[in-house]
Design a protein around this ligand. Structure first.
Ligand code: NAP
Length: 282
């Protein structure tokens, strides 16, 4: 069984991106810039933002974090986004989720210029992705996709099963696999026979949020299994896949932690660079 090392893959990707940033600096005499807006004091959000800033600096991006208190008015955030949309030194804008209840998440997502939407959440990018056009792709599914491609370069004709249909993970993952000519089944909480569906998959991507939902006898021999889940349990952080059981049947499997997680931030940096390159073309 191949243990898919997300930490190593993310470090390799950051190395490639570092070289690319240096080349872009030579060519354009400027570097891509990522601006993150952080509202409030939620500990996980603060940790994510700190890691994003550190990784951005590591690859040579210009990075900035704008912090607001929990009580900030929605209009203040929308005006700041408008200012950043018009700032040529900013290639990518990310508003860290979740937001306080009084701020309308969709309004904030739609305020970000699609060309600077490094999270790929703007309806324009969602539409472009599903139409097969150039777009920003949400960072976690993009990371999953890159990990799958490390194991199998030609996915054409493979049967892929995506467990979970969130806008953040399941739906964009489905689009990426479709683009690779997989035959994709997307499953969710109302799926009648989840085990039966999973058993058909040459590739399974689990993004559910239920500890160890996908069992060993749900997985076809030699399947590639990607575990997006991050679940806090009494025995520590576990994924959506029963690792010990599934590792006995799968061809390749991501661990939790150390699988998909590290790729997410690396893909955010990649998206920022892609936004910069598209803006230089236009
Ligand atoms: P989400 O928005 O809560 O969506 C969960 C999906 O799972 C929904 O589509 C839901 O179906 C489906 N589901 C729930 N119970 C199910 C069941 N019994 N059988 C089949 N499907 C079921 O979650 P998310 O944001 O996509 O996150 C999923 C997991 O990934 C979480 O553990 C989260 O922490 C983790 N995550 C990891 C990363 C990373 O970087 N590694 C990034 C983001 C999220 P319905 O639509 O029918 O409700």
């Amino acid at each position: 069984m191949i243990l898919i090392d997300g930490k190593k893959a993310a470090a390799e990707l950051r190395e490639e991106l570092k070289k690319e940033v240096a080349e872009l600096k030579n060519k354009y005499n400027k570097v891509p810039g990522l601006t993150v807006i952080l509202i409030g004091e939620l500990a996980p959000s603060k940790i994510y933002v700190k890691n994003k800033e550190k990784s951005a600096n590591e690859v040579g991006l210009k990075s900035e974090v704008i912090r607001y208190p929990e009580t900030v008015e929605e209009i203040t955030v929308l005006e700041k986004i408008d200012e950043l949309n018009n700032d040529d030194t900013v290639s990518g804008i990310l508003v860290q989720l979740p937001l306080p209840k009084h701020i309308d998440k969709q309004k904030v997502i739609e305020a970000i210029s699609p060309g600077k939407d490094v999270d790929g959440f703007h309806p324009m990018n969602v539409g472009n992705l599903s139409s097969g056009y150039e777009s920003s792709v949400p960072c976690t599914p993009l990371g999953c996709y890159l990990l799958i491609k490390k194991i199998e370069t030609n996915l054409s004709g493979k049967k892929a099963v995506v467990v979970g249909r969130s806008n953040l993970n399941g739906k964009p993952m489905t689009q990426l696999l479709l683009k690779e000519n997989c035959t994709v089944t997307i499953t969710h909480s109302k799926t009648a026979d989840l085990k039966g569906e999973c058993l058909k998959g040459d590739i399974i991507v689990a993004a559910v949020g239920i500890p160890e939902l996908v069992k060993g006898d749900w997985v076809k021999k030699d399947a590639i299994v990607i575990d997006v889940g991050i679940n806090k349990t009494e025995k520590g952080i576990v994924g959506d896949v029963a690792f010990d059981e599934v590792s006995k049947v799968a061809k390749a499997l991501t661990p939790v932690p150390g699988g998909v997680g590290p790729m997410t931030i690396a893909c955010l940096l990649k998206n920022t660079i892609e936004c910069f390159k598209r803006s230089q073309k236009n």
